[in-house]
Design a protein around this ligand. Sequence first.
Ligand code: HEM
Length: 537
Amino acid sequence: MLRAEAPASWRHGRRCHAGAWCKPKRPYVGAAAASSELPLPEGSLGLPVVGETLELITSGDTFGTSRRERYGDVYKTNILGAPTVMVYGEEAVRAVLAAEDKLVASDWPQVTTTLVGPDSLNLLTGPRHGAVKRALSDAFADKALRRHVPAIAALVQEYVAGWATGPQPTPGFESCQLLSQAVFDRVVLGGAGGRDRAAQLQAIMAALQAGFNTPPLQLPFTDYGKAVAARQEFGQLVSQSIQRSRQAAAAASPSSSSGSPAPAFDCAMADVVAAAAAAASTATGALPDSLLVDNATAAFFGNASTGPSLAKALQYLATNSESDAGSSDGGRGGGAAMAALRKEQQDIMSRHGPEITAEALDDMLYGTAVARELLRITPAVPAVFRLALVDFELQGRRIPQGWRVWCHLGDSVTRYNKDHFNPERWLGSSNSSSSGGGGGGGGATAASAGGVAEAAAVGGCPMHSGAGGAKPEYSLPFGSGVRSCLGRNLVMSELLVTLAVLARGFEWETVNPAEQWGVVPSPAPKEGLRVRLRRRA
Ligand code: HEM
């Protein structure tokens, strides 16, 4: 039986530094033979047919808060036409996600097959998923991405300078989306990251996202029909990138008769094409071009979360940011955080010179804390969705086969729009995901799988320890387990470069410092995040 138990040091209850007894929970997940005798999770299935869907729509982000307070970290509801179990808490979330393909499977709508691709990582399962992910992983590993840092820096500098010289206020959210598309074009597809291409990619993304939220009626004038056309357009861009990769590899090959230097086509797609060529003669087997296109589309979809994360830097680091006065949980607030970032950049420039390189990013300790905090707060991916493959047990409750399981990736999900920006919570924490001594914001380095265990190993109660007196939290922005994010290193590089560029040369205010973020259909600031941005004297 699969089980993920609490660390021995706190399994039986012990006094934590706050003086309270840490109550032992039943934090394990297992396909218990006797699970049919266990009670269902607490909570309500609501009205027949509609369940609690109307409450979800009308109460928005208080839906989760109130129920979590009432029922605890695992509760049942009935939303969007299906009985659903909500799961919160690092330990329970990690345990469920670790049971991928055994107790749960990822749960994507049918249209994913057409709009992303049948061979995309999202839809592959079991050993085939593992083999394809391994084949793609090197192209997105920290080692591979380091060489792209100067190119990312050049793009970020160009785009941010453009915001400063353009009409004010600038639409911060849209601008960050375009920037993230430009970086994707450059790093993944090998394009130049120009404005036209960024706009083209953003239009494709908007059409694809609309296709997910509409009936799958494929006609030229329906949203779904336009999404299918957008997917074809993106497929062509990827196919061009694959062709250029092959030409570059042929030109660089020692047997090439051209005698000319290797064409400069250095991108993740070229690495993927090389990995596919190598995989053909291994146990992984052939990776056909259609699979490469499907997975470039999966990466493109993943990248849709990067723009919103960059935009949060504009919101939370603005000089007039709401958290400017400092947060109640001991943080510095936006303006003070920016002052600390600027100081760090001065130190880094004195050591590494003015270029933004991978080595310069390595020294951004405070910047990394800011990036992790941006990923924690108003998360771009608040939850990931699974389907129970069998009846199984979670914290002493039965999760029935066929129910949906929503794994929430952080505490801040229940405090959306009401949270404190506090990078300090990450300083001194290990490279894992909880702010309270464990846990993994991931980053240029991958999230540790052992957040809770690490906290316990150093003697702290994972529920009550906290760096600098900050309230402990868990934050798994890139997920956990075999399906964790392929693009986490790209995201962290991009965030760090953007923080460096902004801190070195720019200052700005937000038009509405109290602007809130909506969650549906995807996380976005409600007024587009208008900012007045200029070069610093
Ligand atoms: C801030 C930006 C991003 C966030 C917060 C994010 C978050 C996530 C999360 C939570 C998952 C796990 C999904 C699950 O368990 O079902 C995931 C998966 C994935 N992400 Fe990201 N992501 C981001 C950016 C990116 C980028 C830039 C790429 C590609 C270059 C990418 C590619 C992928 C892929 C391909 C998967 C599927 C992995 C699999 O199923 O094995 N993501 N991402």
